[in-house]
Ligand binder design. Structure first.
Ligand code: ADP
Ligand code: MG
Length: 353
C-alpha cells in the first residue's frame, strides 16, 4: 500500500518546484502577507516555507497529512478564490509519502506554536519512543512547512531531476511568477546558509512595479495593459455590443487583466505568465494564439512578455484536470482565447499609431 501511495504522490509532486507551488498556494490561501522560502540543494535536501498566515489549529494537526484533509471546503462559495482543481487536500499528504514533512504552526489564539512530523500520511513521533503528538515550541503566528530529503524513497523521481542549480532556478521561476501575481505579498527566497536572498519583494506593490522589479526595467518601460471580459448580468443586455451578447448567449462570464510588452520590446524567448483563478497554469492553445498576435508586430525571432490573469467561473474549469497537470482546459476556451488575442492585437495596433 505504501508503494502505491508513493507512486501516486510522485504523480502529484514531480519535482521541488511543483512541491513549492502547492506550498505557496497554501500560504496564500492562509492569507499570508509574507512568504519566506529557504532551499538547500535545489530543494532536494530542504525546502522550507514560512508564512505569517492564519496558522493551523493544534486540533487539526493529527490528521493534517491524511489524504483529502482540507479546511477549504466550507469556503466553496467564494468563487473568486476557489478553483475546482485545487482544494483536494492532497498536497501535504503526497509530500509525506515522498519526503520527511515537518510543520511548525501557530494560530493567533494559541499561546505557543506546535511542531509535528509526518511520514506516509500519519503523524509520527519526533524521536523513537516518544508519543506521536504535536509538541509545543516557540514560534510566530503563521506556518512553517519543512520538506526534507524529497524523493529519498522514490529513486525514479530522484533520477529524473536535473542539477541542483537547475531545480533551484525552477523554484525561483515559480516564486517570481506568484510574486508578480500577488504584489501585495512580500516574497523572499534564499539558499540555506546564504546571508542574502536571491529574490526579495516588498509587501505593497502593484503588478507593473512587481514586473519591473522581477523582470527588469526593459520590460516594464514597454508595458501596455488591458482589463476586459464578458459579464452575464441580464440588466446590461441592452447596452451590450453584438459581439459581447454573443458570448453571453454561451452563458459565459469571465474577466481578464493583462500586462504585455509593446512592439518596442523584443526578447529571444517568450515569457508568458498565465493565472487562471489565481493558479499558475499553462495553456499551449492560449500561448500560441498570443504568440501569433505578436508575429504581426515583432520581427522574426523576437518574442514578447505577457502576464495574463483570467477569472472564470470555477464551474467552467475542467474538473478532470489533475491539480498538477499544468495544462488547463475550460469552457469556451476558443472563444475566450480569440477575444483576448483580439484585445491585445487592437491594443498593440493603437499603440503603434
Ligand atoms: P488543500 O490546499 O487542497 O486544502 P493541502 O494538502 O495543500 O490541501 O493542505 C491541507 C490543509 O492543511 C489545508 O486545507 C489547510 O487547512 C492546511 N494548511 C496547509 N498549509 C497551510 C498554511 N501554510 N497555513 C495554514 N493552513 C495550511
Ligand atoms: Mg493546497
Amino acid at each position: 500500500e505504501s508503494l502505491i501511495n508513493r507512486i501516486a504522490a510522485g504523480e502529484i509532486i514531480h519535482r521541488p518546484a511543483s512541491a513549492l507551488k502547492e506550498l505557496l498556494e497554501n500560504c496564500l490561501d492562509a492569507g499570508a502577507t509574507s512568504i519566506r522560502v529557504t532551499v538547500k540543494d535545489g530543494g532536494m535536501k530542504l525546502l522550507q516555507i514560512q508564512d505569517n498566515g492564519c496558522g493551523i489549529r493544534r486540533a487539526d494537526l493529527p490528521i493534517l497529512a491524511e489524504r483529502f484533509t482540507t479546511s477549504k471546503l466550507s469556503t466553496f462559495s467564494d468563487l473568486s478564490r476557489i478553483t475546482t482543481y485545487g482544494f483536494r487536500g492532497e498536497a501535504l499528504a503526497s509530500m509525506s509519502h515522498v519526503a520527511h514533512l515537518s510543520v511548525v504552526t501557530k494560530t493567533k489564539t494559541e499561546t505557543c506554536a506546535w511542531k509535528a512530523h509526518y511520514l506516509d500520511g500519519v503523524l509520527v513521533e519526533p524521536k523513537p519512543g516518544q508519543t506521536a503528538e504535536p509538541k509545543p515550541c516557540a514560534g510566530n503566528d503563521g506556518t512553517t512547512i519543512i520538506i526534507e530529503d524529497l524523493f529519498y524513497n522514490t529513486p525514479t523521481r530522484l533520477s529524473a531531476l536535473r542539477s541542483a542549480s537547475e531545480e533551484y532556478s525552477r523554484i525561483l521561476d515559480v516564486i517570481t511568477k506568484y510574486a508578480v501575481h500577488n504584489p501585495k505579498v512580500s516574497f523572499s527566497c534564499k539558499k540555506a546558509g546564504s546571508p542574502s536572498p536571491d529574490l526579495s519583494t516588498p509587501s505593497s506593490s502593484e503588478i507593473p512595479q512587481a514586473i519591473r522589479l522581477l523582470y527588469g526595467h526593459s520590460i516594464a518601460k514597454d508595458l501596455l495593459n488591458a482589463t476586459f471580459g464578458s459579464k452575464k448580468k441580464p440588466e446590461e443586455d441592452e447596452d451590450m455590443e453584438e459581439e459581447e451578447s454573443e458570448v453571453q448567449s454561451s452563458r459565459e462570464s469571465w474577466t481578464a487583466e493583462a500586462h504585455f510588452t509593446n512592439a518596442n520590446y523584443q526578447s529571444k524567448k517568450m515569457i508568458f505568465l498565465l493565472f487562471i483563478n489565481h493558479r499558475l497554469v499553462e495553456s499551449s492553445r492560449m500561448k500560441r494564439a498570443l504568440e501569433a498576435v505578436y508575429s504581426g508586430v515583432l520581427p522574426k525571432g523576437a518574442s514578447p512578455f505577457i502576464y495574463l490573469s483570467l477569472q472564470i467561473n470555477p464551474r467552467d474549469v475542467d474538473v478532470n484536470v489533475h491539480p498538477t497537470k499544468k495544462e488547463v482546459h475550460f469552457l469556451n476556451e476558443d472563444g475566450i482565447t480569440d477575444q483576448i488575442a483580439d484585445t491585445l492585437q487592437r491594443s498593440l495596433a493603437s499603440q503603434s499609431h
